[in-house]
Design a binder for this molecule. Sequence first.
Ligand code: ZN
Length: 229
Amino acid sequence: MSVKSYSLKKDGNKKLSPHFQVREFRCKDGTDKILIESELISVLEQVFDHFDCSKINIVSGYRTAKHDKRVGGKGRGNHVQGKAADFIAYDKNGNKIKSRYIVLYLEDIGVKGIGYRSGGNEYSTHIDVNYRLKKWYGDEKKSMSASIGKSFYGYLGIKYASYMTIANLNIRTKPGLSGKKVDTVRIATMLKVAVNDLKIEADGHIWYKVKYNGRHYYAASGYLKEAGK
Ligand SMILES: [Zn+2]
């Protein structure tokens, strides 16, 4: 983890990773200097991979203190330090992915600074990777600093239903056959499925998010049947 300083003029077209260029993180006031924390790019690439994105738009990356104040900030904080980004992710069909699904995933992978935005602009998500600070999960529509509590699963009213495996079933770290296999559960095992979370299509399967050993993983829906149905 490290914050690097770039020049829009000199490094603007430089690739930071397979899907991101330096210029995407520039301050909207046109300042040449751009600060970017490498960990931020790593998290964004994980989102890109996980949701099989066609693109991710950086709505706001680095901000000078002056610009930060102009957009309602205090002129310090994570955007000013190059440690935060607000972004909108698009699925493989070019549709915007709702922030509620993104924040649940970010929580799953242990990102400490996550800003959801309820109501109107429900597609933009804030992340920051300032690991010296404590965990912060917020709803920026309501407050830029108040916490929503321990978990977005509770805040967003995610519900679980009991499903039974109808064959031996692989539990994976991500939706898709490339997800690392965590375990194989036997036929006729009961699992909790997050029923109102995003169902992701990948590799010819629809993937459900399942709770397994207290954590969230993925399983192909075709091997699961809702209990009692
Ligand atoms: Zn932000």
